[in-house]
Design a protein around this ligand. Structure first.
Ligand code: HEM
Length: 424
């Protein structure tokens, strides 16, 4: 089947530097605190160069950047040697602030016992049965959004579709009243934006204000839910509150910060899965045609989109003892950045890694991390991705760009601020 585009798709960005000197120099001088505009637009040539010339790269600030798949997996799997606790790393960055309190209290940036306690409490709300029950409401929401796009003949893939889905899904997961969901996305963008490798005073101010407003909003929501609990099989907030009363009690602060984290974790990441995926199909018309012809490919297609343009590009750990990674010795206390986006393009793991292959098999990508902290919401994200991308494509197979897309301009969370499209 033809996709019927009248205009040619945009040029794909090259995945490698053209000459070896440039690649070597990009690798050896790579500095997460001095990222170039070229890197923000297309980090893959740098990632390939790093893997080739400096796979365990010592950053100017003394930290290490990993770009090989096998090295990242080894770090993810060894929770005793590679800690997620961020207290030492975040103190100089955030000082004595609510941002510091937040990012050092959420489960993702903690080791056992806090990590295990919170993870156990929320796990029961992410069962296959609970996730299956989300399907019909997500389909209804996506179809409403697609109706809006159809009426207007086009719109912004991010604002009009990709961002609207997770706000609703996460809002439902914690049973946040619909009329109160308005500020959630901006709070979430501000709190997670503060995790960028370098922080401007403005980002810091916005992040701090977002944590403050979030805490005060949630204090009221938690009080209301305590007075009138929801269904613990579906409502993560009710579970967390109930968990609080077990032997493994969460303090009020632990409870509130972990709710903020869960509200944030699934927002921008899932928005970017949908946006990056639909953009990749514009760049790869033959793969788009393949998916239109075989809609059943949507499962492996979403996995491939997660691998190809991972919405979360960077992970972090700190070594608790002297360690060796890929033949390089690291002292105890080394800050390590896991290049998820780099690992997911490693030719040692993925055949022809810069090619989008919607039927790729096997596809053991690291988009959701791995090991004890592997994304708790991965099956929710997959479901959202399948429904939003699959239904959009089925309804508007001839969609195309109606203007220049605007990238988010972040290193950790890769995605677009807007993708204007017409539906042809
Ligand atoms: C495409 C969408 C998503 C991506 C790419 C993504 C990615 C990730 C990654 C890489 C981690 C591991 C962090 C680490 O080990 O340092 C993580 C953790 C987590 N994610 Fe996601 N995520 C997505 C969607 C979601 C959704 C929808 C939810 C909830 C509804 C969610 C909840 C969580 C939670 C609670 C953790 C912490 C798990 C732990 O520390 O044990 N995520 N996610």
């Amino acid at each position: 089947m033809s996709t019927g585009e009248g205009t040619p798709p945009p040029q794909r960005a090259p995945a490698r530097f053209r000459d070896a000197d440039r690649a070597r120099s990009a690798a050896l001088t790579f500095d997460l605190r001095q990222l170039t505009l070229d890197y923000y637009a297309n980090p893959y040539p740098t990632y390939h160069a790093l893997r080739e010339y400096a796979p365990v790269h010592r950053l100017p600030d003394g930290g290490y950047f990993l770009s090989r798949y096998a090295d990242c997996v080894a770090v993810y799997k060894n929770v005793a040697l590679y800690s997620s606790d961020k207290q030492r790393e975040f103190r100089p960055k955030y000082g004595d602030s609510l941002l510091y309190e937040h990012h050092t209290t959420s489960l993702v940036f903690n080791d056992p016992p806090l990590h295990t306690r919170v993870r156990r409490i929320i796990a029961g709300a992410f069962t296959p049965r609970a996730i299956a029950a989300m399907e019909a409401p997500i389909i209804a929401l996506v179809d409403r959004l697609l109706d809006g796009l159809a009426q207007r003949g086009g719109g912004d893939l991010i604002g009009d579709l990709a961002a609207a889905v997770p706000v609703e899904v996460i809002g439902n997961l914690l049973a946040v009243p619909r009329q109160e969901r308005g500020p959630l996305r901006d709070w979430s963008l501000a709190v997670l934006g503060a995790l960028e490798p370098v922080l401007s005073a403005e980002q810091q101010r916005l992040g701090e204000a977002a944590v403050r407003d979030f805490l005060s909003y949630l204090a009221g929501l938690v009080a209301a839910r305590r007075a009138s609990p929801g269904d613990p099989g579906r409502d993560v907030l009710t579970r967390l509150i109930a968990g609080e009363q077990d032997g493994d009690k969460l303090s009020e602060r632990e409870l509130l910060h972990n709710i903020i984290f869960i509200l944030n974790a699934g927002h921008e990441t899932t928005t970017n899965l949908i946006g990056n995926g639909l953009y990749a199909l514009i760049e790869w018309p033959e793969e788009k045609a393949r998916l239109i012809d075989s809609p059943d490919l949507i499962r492996p297609a979403v996995e491939e989109m997660l691998r190809f343009e991972s919405s979360n590009q960077l992970g972090n750990r700190v070594s608790t003892a002297p360690a060796e990674i890929g033949g390089v010795s690291l002292p105890a206390g080394s800050f390590i950045t896991l290049g998820i986006g780099a690992a997911n393009r490693d030719p040692a793991e993925f055949l022809d890694p810069d090619r989008l292959d919607l039927a790729r098999e096997p596809n053991r990508h690291l988009a959701f991390g791995s090991g004890a902290h592997v994304c708790a919401g991965l099956n929710i994200a997959r479901l959202e991705g399948r429904i939003a991308i699959g239904r959009f494509l089925a309804r508007f197979p001839h969609y195309r760009l109606a203007g220049a897309p605007i990238r988010g301009g972040r290193a950790r969370f890769r995605g677009f601020r807007s993708i204007p499209v017409e539906l042809a």
